[in-house]
Ligand binder design. Sequence first.
Ligand code: PAF
Length: 287
Amino acid sequence: MVIRDIREMQDNAADFRAAGKRIAVVPTMGYLHEGHSALIREAKNRADVVITTVFVNPTQFGPGEDFERYPRDLDHDVRIAKNAGAGIVFAPSTDAMYEPHFSSFVLVEKITSVLEGKSRPGHFRGVATVVAKLFHITQPHVAVFGQKDAQQVIVVRRMIRDLNFAVDLVVVPTVREKDGLALSSRNTYLSPQQRQEAVVLYTALSEAQKSIASGTVSSMELVEEMKGMITLHSSGVIDYVSVADAETLEELTALNGHPEILVSLAVRFGQTRLIDNILIERKESNH
Ligand code: PAF
């Protein structure tokens, strides 16, 4: 079932809750791929009703970003969502989500001023705002997000805690192509040459993971190693390569004392900006 009207979605959610059904939401911007299907399947394991939202959210795009050209195909999305187990696709219009004179935003501070937030000012204000709205509209018990957008997960987790949303956050590992490239709707923008080169992102992250496992504790060394690989094997222009504490996103110089580390990067291939990350659990070592 496709629902486009906000009030109708809210009424349906209220009915599900009244009938004792558990609701899971999978927020997306559409153009669904296997990565989204994995989120929807996970949601289906955890709830009676799965709502996939499809909404290209203008407030999380900066001026000059790809809002206009972001790929859209609702029929395709409905098919994929249904096959993966979603009972409802909620696809509101931009005008309904953002009425004239809209002026209420959710601002998660500190962790949004680094990495993606630094490169894309205002991005997480848009994300937090739309996710809060989607929570109010779909009334979920569970929300499923992908690890691919690592900082988004951290920001949404913070918002859920800070604003007392009664929503359990479930994070699903990144789904990758056979050669390691993380699935993303933006991969469709890549030329065949760029597509080949983009494999280096995952190779660089994997190498960093190996270096950490074999005892490297200097993040500068890791960052230099990753930057070197990307520059050598691709035409990609590095936006950032980061080694940070996975909760605070504080950029690290030494890894000791940090049980979970987020190694992440953003690289531009022509007009296309790709992100990827690996979360590394570190058993505290004696190095
Ligand atoms: O990850 C996305 O696709 C978007 O940022 C989200 C969470 C659907 C909010 O628009």
